[in-house]
Design a protein around this ligand. Structure first.
Ligand code: PTJ
Length: 251
């Protein structure tokens, strides 16, 4: 049990979630390394959602609301950290959820599908008995996608995605929205809308934005997308990294 007064309480809670997911056997082989990298970037961001991240989230929600077949891709880390908020977002924007693992094994897929089932989600895609296709006919495990989901999706939300897969989805003509704390990752660079924020803050914030943008006209949503430059926003995201800590601290 982590003491609530611990100065790093929130961060420790996330570590505990990652550790539990590892014990439950559905985390990827290098998931803890990925989490640690994210933690380091978040530290430098002051563990706060930056203005550019908020801006990209508005555009992302507009894009998702206008999509014909939006899909939220989930992997081990995403499930461990944000499953409830992801389910809420999928309901809010009428998106499908697809299990899309970089280190795919039948066992991991089965465990993740079971977790969703226990939460009342019975139509999860990307399961072991789903119809799987190869994107751009690339016969590699990197290119697998559900026929009803990512394979035919026009817009895909890809939290904590591996660079190879992000680039592949982009090349396949999908509009991709990444959530990645590293603004310099191949995923952030390859995406159409790059949200540089922690998934545990980003998805709840997007759920709030949906409430607002759902009331707006299609014209306005289209304008939000048209006025946005991901390249500029990514530069601004990079600029928001500064060490905000105070080193004048003594016991
Ligand atoms: O479950 P699997 O098999 O699909 O594997 C999932 C991981 C994340 C292990 C896999 O996709 C992977 O290896 O990803 P990468 O290439 O390490 O990229 C993950 C990115 O997510 C890195 O740029 C991290 O900085 C970032 N990241 C880590 N934790 C968070 C994060 N971004 C947002 N929120 C986080 N909490």
């Amino acid at each position: 049990m982590i003491n609530k007064n611990h100065p790093r309480y929130n961060s420790l809670v996330l570590r505990e979630k990652i550790e539990k997911a590892y014990d439950d056997g559905y985390l990827g082989k290098t998931a803890m390394i990925a989490h640690g990298r994210g933690e380091a970037f978040d530290y430098l961001l002051g563990e706060e959602t930056s203005y550019p991240a908020k801006r990209s989230m508005y555009v992302a929600v507009a894009r998702l609301l206008l999509a014909k077949n939006p899909v939220i891709s989930v992997n081990g880390n995403t499930v461990a950290l944000a499953i409830d908020d992801i389910i809420e977002l999928a309901e809010n924007i009428n998106a499908k959820i697809e299990i899309n693992l970089f280190y795919r094994t039948e066992k991991r897929v089965e465990k993740i599908a079971k977790i969703f089932k226990e939460k009342g989600c019975n139509d999860i895609l990307g399961t072991n008995d789903d119809e799987i296709e190869y994107i751009n006919n690339i016969k590699s495990s990197r290119a697998t996608a559900s026929l009803k989901g990512i394979y035919t999706a026009d817009v895909v939300l890809i939290p904590l995605e591996d660079g190879d897969r992000a680039e592949l989805l982009s090349k396949a003509g999908k509009k991709t929205i990444s959530i990645d704390l590293n603004p310099l990752s191949r995923t952030s660079k390859a995406s159409d809308i790059s949200i540089v924020d922690n998934i545990v803050r980003a998805i709840p914030f997007m759920n709030e934005i949906v409430k607002d943008l759902k009331m707006q006209t299609i014209d306005l949503l289209e304008k939000i997308i048209k006025d946005y430059s991901n390249e500029d926003n990514l530069k601004d995201s990079l600029d928001s990294f500064k060490i905000k800590g105070d080193i004048k601290w003594k016991l």
